[in-house]
Design a protein around this ligand. Structure first.
Ligand code: NAD
Length: 486
């Protein structure tokens, strides 16, 4: 299989210092598909040194045309390797082929032309005109500059999307980058290094990619004072550690964290087919391992049974299967560790008095792979563990509500605030409910908010800042004011 197992540091593909490697496991077969370089602390140090020099001494931070040329070359290389990347993503992530033709591989590539356009058309300098302040007449202006060296730390669930959403706006803004992918998905990250090394003119050190078996190995990136900004996507628990570590140097942090989003169905919905499809297929696409998925279903008391039946039927129609089979809609979880976690949460729901109406177990007929059935849990109160904590697996909980105000109260009764959805027979009613839900994105009657130009991020413990969109570019800029006598 086409892949890369070496680190990418200072423009070179190279083995880890000391030659260590770690196994890469296919979650559908539990087989070792190969190895990846297991970086030492020296490798991380070398990557930071390279990124620092590229930023301080090279043209990257000031030459927009160089950045545009390199990003165009990377986009061409990725497009020429969509099949190879998809095969690798199926094998490493357990992603289905259907998911690869959308969110797992094909859609994320659109991030690159979007940010090329933003970088080319951005207003880097704003004239503030002449002012007479403190007795002197001065000409003032403001310039935007790249933040500097970015440490990008990413999870395993949609690695191509998240790796690109992390590095492309930063590179387009003129930053240099050290990317540290999750240990479960090293090859999707290292593939970027291979393509950059073989098909682009990126100057050495502008982008470095370092993989390691120890999840916390990259914590050096969060404490090193040569790093100007940390861009982290992962769990809220780890996000807190990153923020704490960054406080030592007051390093800027950008955090995309967990979610427990609510899908609110108002009582005037005509039929539940669209609701059921959104709930079931959204969850199937990444086997429930999506931070922005709506995992709490808020259903009106008056139509609870009707809605549960429609959703359970639809979930039964998307059984897990071999992700390399083109017809499969739902693959496995990433690891045995993740499946254990899902099983613990489902058991906790049962222990707290909830009812499993669909799924709730490993599927029959699989003697290997980390598969789990799509699961719907009813009789759930929003205070239960299964309604408050992020499961990150194919488990939906159904919570009844009294009226619109009650639905909004329950939706907001969460430490998270990432995303959500509202369904209603009346768009305006849905929008007015959505406005009162404290999250970064909301879907109205099935609307798709995902896109390179749409800012994405969370309120509350779901994060700080916005990724994607122009807002995601501006996260990587500093603002500098100038003044000179006229
Ligand atoms: P995680 O927090 O365990 O790990 C994320 C990354 O941080 C990995 O690369 C890991 O190796 C690294 N890491 C672990 N400990 C670290 C430390 N002490 N210092 C520095 N880096 C460290 O998360 P995960 O299990 O890989 O991913 C699942 C989580 O990610 C879920 O909570 C999910 O909601 C969240 N997520 C959020 C978004 C978003 O955009 N909001 C997107 C995808 C996933």
């Amino acid at each position: 299989m086409w892949h890369e197992e070496r680190l990418f540091i200072n423009g070179e593909l190279r083995d880890a210092d000391g030659g260590a490697t770690f196994d890469n496991i296919n979650p559908a077969t539990e087989e070792v598909i190969g190895v990846s370089a297991d970086a030492s602390q020296q490798d991380f140090d070398d990557a930071i040194t390279a990124a620092r020099s590229a930023f301080d001494l090279g043209d990257w931070s000031t030459d927009v045309s160089l950045r545009v040329r390199c990003l165009e070359q990377l986009h061409d290389a990725l497009q020429d390797h969509v099949e190879e990347l998809s095969a690798l993503t199926v094998a490493e992530v357990g992603a289905t082929q259907m998911a690869c033709s959308s969110i797992q591989v094909v859609e994320p590539l659109k991030i690159i032309p979007f940010y090329i356009d933003v970088a080319q058309n951005y207003e880097w300098r704003t004239d503030l005109g002449i002012s007479e302040t403190l007795g002197g007449e001065c000409q003032r202006w403001v310039e935007k500059e790249p933040v500097g060296v970015l440490a990008a730390i990413t999870p395993w669930n949609v690695p191509n999307q998240i790796n690109l959403a992390k590095i492309i706006p930063a590179l387009a803004a003129g930053c240099s980058v050290v990317l540290k992918p999750a240990p479960d998905t090293p090859w999707t990250g290292l593939a970027l290094g291979k393509l950059i090394a073989e098909h682009t003119d990126f100057p050495p050190g502008v982008i470095n990619i370092v993989t390691a078996s120890d999840p916390a190995a990259g914590s050096i990136l969060t404490t090193d004072d040569r790093v100007d900004m940390i861009s982290f996507t992962g769990s809220t628990e780890t996000g807190k550690k990153v923020m704490e570590a960054a406080s030592g140097n007051i390093t800027k942090v950008f955090l995309e964290l967990g979610g427990k989003s609510a899908l609110i169905v108002l009582d005037d919905v005509e039929d539940f087919s669209m609701v059921a499809a959104t709930a079931a297929f959204g969850m199937a696409t990444v086997c429930g391992q999506g931070c922005a998925l709506s995992t709490r279903l808020l259903l009106p008391h008056s139509r609870y049974e009707e809605a549960v039946e429609a959703i359970a039927n639809m979930m039964g129609a998307v059984p897990p299967g071999d992700p390399s089979d083109a017809g499969t809609m739902m693959g496995p979880l990433i690891s045995a560790r993740q499946r254990d976690r899902v099983e613990r949460y489902v058991q906790s729901a049962i222990d707290e008095g909830a009812k499993v109406v669909c799924g709730g177990k490993r599927p029959e007929g699989f003697n290997r792979g980390f598969f789990y059935e799509p699961t719907l849990i009813t009789d759930v109160d929003n205070s239960m563990t299964v309604a408050q904590e992020e499961i990150f697996g194919p488990v939906l909980v159904a919570i009844p509500f009294d009226d619109d105000d009650d639905a909004i109260r329950i939706a907001n009764d969460s430490i998270y605030g990432l995303s959500g959805a509202v369904f209603s027979g009346d768009d305006q009613r849905a929008i007015s409910v959505a406005k009162r839900v404290r999250t970064g994105t909301m879907s109205i009657n099935g609307g798709v908010w995902y896109g390179a130009d749409v800012p994405f991020g969370g309120y509350k413990q779901s994060g700080i800042g916005r990724e994607m969109g122009v807002a995601g570019f501006e996260e990587h800029l500093e603002t500098k004011a100038f003044s000179k006598p006229t």
